[in-house]
Structures are given as C-alpha cells and as structure tokens.
Write a protein that binds this ligand. Structure first.
Ligand SMILES: Cc1ncc(COP(=O)(O)O)c(C=O)c1O
Length: 377
C-alpha cells in the first residue's frame, strides 16, 4: 500500500534529543526551544513566537489572549478541522460559520461582512493546503469593525501572502508541527504574536499562568501566579526534534515541491478535459506543497475514485466534514446553507504526498487516476 503520509526524518533528530538529554535540561523553554524561536524570527521575521504542544493549544492560547467569553462570536470557515473552532467554544464563544469560496476551500472573504454582528470578536481564516486566504480583504474588514484576526496557519509553514509570510499578518497566528505537516515533531505547534499588546500576557499563559519565563531571564527575583494559563509549552525533547527538521526545511520543501509539480503537470490533461479541478492558487499566494488535492464533479465520482485507488493499493483520502453540520454544532448553527463547504467536503480528494514518495510512485498514482476516468469516457 502507498500510504497517504509518512513522517520524514531528516537525520539529526536523535542526535539533538541526545544533546538535550546530555544537557540535563529537558523541560520546556530550554535551549532547543530558544533555537527554534530564533529560527522563526530569522527566517520569517516573527517578532514573538512561542512553541506550543499543538496548533490546537496555540489557538487556545489565542482564545484566552483575546479574552473570548460567553456571548462573543467568532467567524471561521466551516470547511476546517475542529481545532479551529474548539478553542473558542471552550471559552464560551458562539461559532459563526462562513462558507468557502468557489475557487478554493479558503473562507469566502466577500461573505464575511454579512456575518458580523455587535458581538463579533474575531475572524479566524484557515489557509487551506498552505495557500493563503485573501488577507488584504480580511484585514480590511477586521480594521473596519475593530475585530481581531487569528490566522489558523496549521498547514502553512514556508508559505506567503504577497511577500509576507503567512502567520505574520493577523494579530495572532497558530502553526502545527503534527506528523502530517511539512515540518513535524509528532505533536507540536506554535503561537505567533504579531500584536505587541499580547506579548507579555502570552508568555504568562504559556507557563501555567506564572511569570516563570521572566524569572528565568532574571527580570524578577521570584515567580508567582499572575493569570489564568496552562502548560502550553512543549518539552525541550520535542523542540530538539523540531529543530532538526527546521535545519532541513529547504531540503524537505524541495522534495515536496517536486512531487506536487509532478501531480500538477501529470493531471493537467484531466482538468482540461473537464474531469477534475486542480488546486487554484490566487496570484497573491504561494504554494508550500503541503497537500495536493483534486476536485471531482460530484461525491459519487469522488468516492468511486477513492475506492478504485484503494483497490490499487493507493491510500488517497477525503478531508473535512462540514463543521456546521456536525453532531455537536448543527443545532446551534441552524439551517443557513454553506454550499461551497458542502461541495469541497463531497468532492475533494487528497493524494499521497511525503518526502520519500518516489517519482515512479507518483506516476503510478497519476496513471491509476487516468485509468479510473477512462472507464467513464
Ligand atoms: C486547519 C487546522 N487547524 C488546526 C489543526 C490542529 O493542529 P494540531 O494537530 O497541531 O493541534 C489542524 C490539524 O490538522 C488543521 O488542519
């Protein structure tokens, strides 16, 4: 079976974990955590970033930082993972689901304004497949109504909106280093704090609501309980693993890009013939090759293709189920229709993409897809 995903180990992960062990300091905010923070500052210009135990937790930190409370409303696309919504629901917010746009699964920025009420607190765009949402429009709406923007950048490391790195545009942003992402550490994430007003409090929330980070920098002579918070910081063993990956980001990205391009070139003819649609990348966005998806005409064809590929030992997968129709939230959402979200949920397939996937295997996958559609001619 060709798997859908396979975490890539770039070589130094075990060595750095060993170094952390030998240093005698493996709890959070240690040397490797600092090295990772420095890497992100240097490479993307993120002024303030904090490694987190997951992107979900980074979003929970964001929700606490924004003081989200009962009655607040947060606008998010319905076509996303539950983690975009849960951190805000946990603090009492009502989620107002937005539709995707017709060209790609990202939030339809032209439909956000009609969802705003006096209770709206934040917009949380998701950069699906690492392809930027329309941040100019989203930031302009946020400015007009005095709202916060939290970028769900779970899939978006090394991706840009115009010339700005994703994650540097909203007031806050959250990344994932889960094993399914481009850069991995098993479970891990990061909060980026672009709005300086949140800088100090973010560090306190990160360290169980205490001033421990300040204490270890020698800025205070003892540390104590300052705020609500949790244990959002990962062990330095995790940071050591992550740092090995970050050092190899160019190599990892080059490998993924090659695979992505093979799919895109190889499947173009099917798109021209009208059988599928390939990823649409707006002119303001770059592509980090996080995933390669194709859109089938309807769910029947999509499910047929998934089964056909499975019969050929290829593990392709669909993606999100609409959150506005979920068991947990459909009643609260009501019957407002989100047709583009439904359509992406029914018609989208993700193809295997991981560093070790050979060009031969990619060609084999492409030719199986052609075989499936040939039967339909
Ligand atoms: C859009 C989106 N947001 C958040 C997450 C959660 O990331 P993590 O597993 O690091 O908590 C994911 C995970 O795949 C995701 O796809």
């Amino acid at each position: 079976m060709i798997p859908f995903n396979k975490p890539y180990f770039s070589g130094n992960e075990i060595n750095y974990i060993r170094q952390a062990i030998d240093s005698g300091c493996i709890s959070g905010n240690g040397e490797f955590t600092k090295k990772c923070h420095y890497f992100f500052k240097e490479r993307y210009g993120f002024k303030n970033c904090l490694l987190a135990t997951s992107c979900t937790d980074a979003l929970e930190m964001a929700s606490i930082l924004l003081d989200v409370k009962n009655g607040d409303e947060v606008i998010i696309p319905s076509y996303t993972f539950v983690s975009t919504a849960n951190p805000f629901v946990l603090r009492g917010a009502k989620i107002v689901f937005a539709d995707s746009n017709p060209l790609n699964p990202n939030i339809d920025a032209d439909k956000i304004e009609e969802l705003i009420t006096p209770r709206t607190k934040a917009i949380v765009p998701v950069h699906y497949a690492g392809i930027a949402s329309d941040m100019d429009k989203i930031m302009a709406i946020a400015g007009k109504y005095n709202l916060f923007v939290v970028e769900d950048a779970a899939q978006s490391i090394e991706s840009y909106h115009k010339n700005r790195p994703i994650g540097s545009i909203g007031h806050l942003a959250a990344f994932s280093f889960h094993e399914t992402k481009n850069i991995v550490c098993g479970e891990g994430g990061m909060l980026v704090i672009n709005d300086e007003r949140f800088k100090k409090r973010a560090e306190i929330i990160w360290e169980k609501g205490t001033s421990r980070a300040e204490f270890f920098r020698g800025e205070v002579d003892k540390y104590g309980w300052k705020d609500i918070g949790s244990s959002f910081l990962p062990s330095d063993l995790i940071a050591a693993f992550l740092f090995a990956q970050l050092e190899n980001i160019e190599d990892i990205q080059a490998k993924r890009k090659q695979i992505w391009q093979l799919y895109d070139d190889g499947l173009k003819k099917l798109e021209v013939k009208g059988f599928v649609k390939l990823p649409y990348i707006p002119e303001y966005a770059t592509n980090n090759s996080h995933l390669f998806y194709i859109l089938c005409e309807n769910q029947k064809i999509r499910d047929g293709l998934l089964s056909f590929l499975k019969s050929k030992q290829i593990r392709a997968v669909f993606h999100y189920l609409p959150l506005h129709k979920s068991d947990f939230y459909s009643e609260t959402h009501g019957d407002r229709q989100l047709p583009w979200c439904d359509s992406y949920s029914e018609c989208l397939i993700r193809l295997p993409i991981y560093c070790e996937l050979s060009g031969e295997k990619v060609k084999e996958i492409i030719s199986c897809i052609y075989k499936y559609f040939e039967c339909r001619l």
